[in-house]
Design a protein around this ligand. Structure first.
Ligand code: FRU
Length: 481
């Protein structure tokens, strides 16, 4: 009989032909077919970056979770590999949920959540345990079963992130305890036996009912606790998405619990960025990738046989004032074609068309904010997407309007101080990722323009705007021939 894993790989082969290219990304990692959510097991092994992801191969809807798998030499050109894990064990029969990967000796080890219900799918019947699978070739995995049972009294207990610190393995796991989110820290000598070290009680940091996908890593001279809390209520311009992803700066060392030194901050301020996970590159950079979508959002790409994609890899740095800044990894520059430059310009209540049919591009624009008095000035892509400075509210706004897909609304961040405002924008078939100044803010949203509505323009409304510099590169992830 065909195993679930074999069935998943056959389904992909079969259904892949049905994929509609309209919104399928040109240079982001998306599932070959079917559904994708969180990035999992981001790591470097055997000469490749590996990205696994939550995957439902047989449908563009979320369902029994598998681990999809791709690898890359450079983090920007990805090659799909067979599905790594299917929910076929007694411990993960309802899903192989999120987790991480580490290199242990000669092997690549995946540590993930086995998800199952005993009876009806309600919280009281939910069991989430941590499981192990290992591989020598980085392509096929041997399941080694459960390595950490659910602690007494918990049901939501998931998304293990493992790392090595001196002589031991450490792991953070997200949990819901008496209706509140928290993180538990474990320690192990062999990845198979885990002892609890401490808990990071959530309430002092942010009030959420569950913390998903925790990660704890050094950055500069601090430690960053990154996680995706569920249940924070919207507050003015903040926390507008259904769930958030963010971080707290603090300190940590083995044997101690995490000591927060600041408040919870959102990582990205667009509509679609969730469940980021970090990894380190061989040259020591700390990089994150997130899911470029959000639970319960519309995702019109489902009509094309797939749903969800990952963000670009972003290198993290810590600013002097203790903020995590994000920078597109330098490898992205290898996707660039020929540069197009536009002359510096003063837009006088006008719209200047830069380019038609924009599908996969990196765009850089520098504005002189001190001499820009327009009520609004910025960049538009087709009739549905605009990024602009709103001078009245002193904010940068990312706005989408696709009424035919029931998608309309905006997100915004404060306009940073200083006369020069730098935007680096990555446009793909159905996504925008904006990096502001030195990565102090990012805004990432999915977009759904029709094929004949992808004209890129700069505009100023009710006043003037000064463009110091504007240039763009077409991007392609095709291997150079
Ligand atoms: C986060 C999450 C994880 C879980 C996975 C299930 O988006 O809900 O907590 O492991 O997705 O697909």
């Amino acid at each position: 009989m065909e195993s679930l894993l074999q069935a998943a790989n056959s389904a992909i082969k079969e259904n892949q032909k049905e994929i509609k290219p309209r919104w399928y990304p040109e240079y982001h990692l998306a599932p070959p077919v079917g559904w994708m959510n969180d990035p999992n097991g981001l790591t470097w092994f055997d000469g490749y970056f590996h990205a696994f992801y939550q995957h439902h191969p047989s449908s563009p809807e979320w369902g029994p979770m598998h681990w999809g798998h791709a690898r890359s030499r450079d983090m920007v050109r990805w090659e799909h590999l067979p599905v790594a894990l299917a929910p076929e064990g007694p411990e993960d029969r309802d899903g192989c949920f999120s987790g991480s990967a580490v290199v242990a000796g000669e092997k690549l080890a995946l540590i993930y959540t086995g998800h199952k219900f005993h009876g009806q799918p309600v919280d009281e019947n939910l069991y989430q345990v941590q499981c192990l699978a290992t591989s020598s070739d980085g392509v096929t995995f041997q399941r080694e079963g459960m390595v950490l049972d659910t602690p007494e009294g918990l049901h939501h207990f998931r998304d293990p992130k493992v790392w090595r610190e001196k002589e031991a393995w450490y792991m953070v796991v997200g949990a819901k305890k008496q209706g509140k989110g928290e993180v538990q820290i474990y320690r192990s000598a062999d990845l198979r036996h885990w002892d609890v070290e401490s808990a990071i009680a959530g309430e002092a940091i942010c009030s959420a009912y569950m913390w998903e996908c925790p990660d704890l890593f050094p950055l500069g001279d601090k430690h960053i606790l990154m996680f995706s809390p569920q249940g924070i209520a919207a507050e003015g311009y903040r926390y507008r998405n259904l769930f958030q992803s963010g971080y707290v700066v603090g300190s940590w060392q083995p044997g101690e619990t995490f000591a927060p030194e600041g408040a919870f901050q959102e990582l990205d301020h667009g509509h679609d960025f969730y469940a980021p996970q970090s990894f380190t590159t061989p040259d020591g950079r700390r990089v994150i990738m997130g899911w470029l979508a959000m639970w319960e959002s519309v995702m019109p790409e489902k009509a094309g046989g797939w749903a969800g994609m990952l963000s670009l890899p972003r290198e993290l740095t810590l600013s002097e004032d203790g903020r995590v800044c994000q920078h597109p990894v330098k490898e992205l520059e290898t996707l660039r074609g020929t540069c197009e430059q536009w002359q510096p310009a003063k837009l006088q209540q006008q719209t200047v068309i830069l380019k038609e049919h924009v599908r996969a591009m990196e765009v850089q624009v520098e504005w002189d904010t001190s001499s820009s008095d327009a009520e609004r000035y910025g960049l538009s892509l087709g009739s549905g997407a605009r990024i602009y400075v709103d001078n009245q509210s002193q904010r940068i706004v990312l706005e989408r309007h696709y009424p035919e897909h029931n998608i309309s609304g905006y997100r915004s961040v404060p306009l940073p101080e200083g006369d020069l405002l730098r935007w680096r924008l990555f446009i793909d078939s159905s996504s925008l990722e904006l990096f502001i100044n030195a990565g102090e803010y990012t805004m990432s949203s999915r977009i759904y323009p029709s094929d004949d509505d992808r004209q890129m323009a700069l505009f100023s409304h009710s006043g003037n705007a000064t463009v110091h510099h504007a240039c763009a590169w077409p991007l392609s992830a095709e291997e150079p021939s």
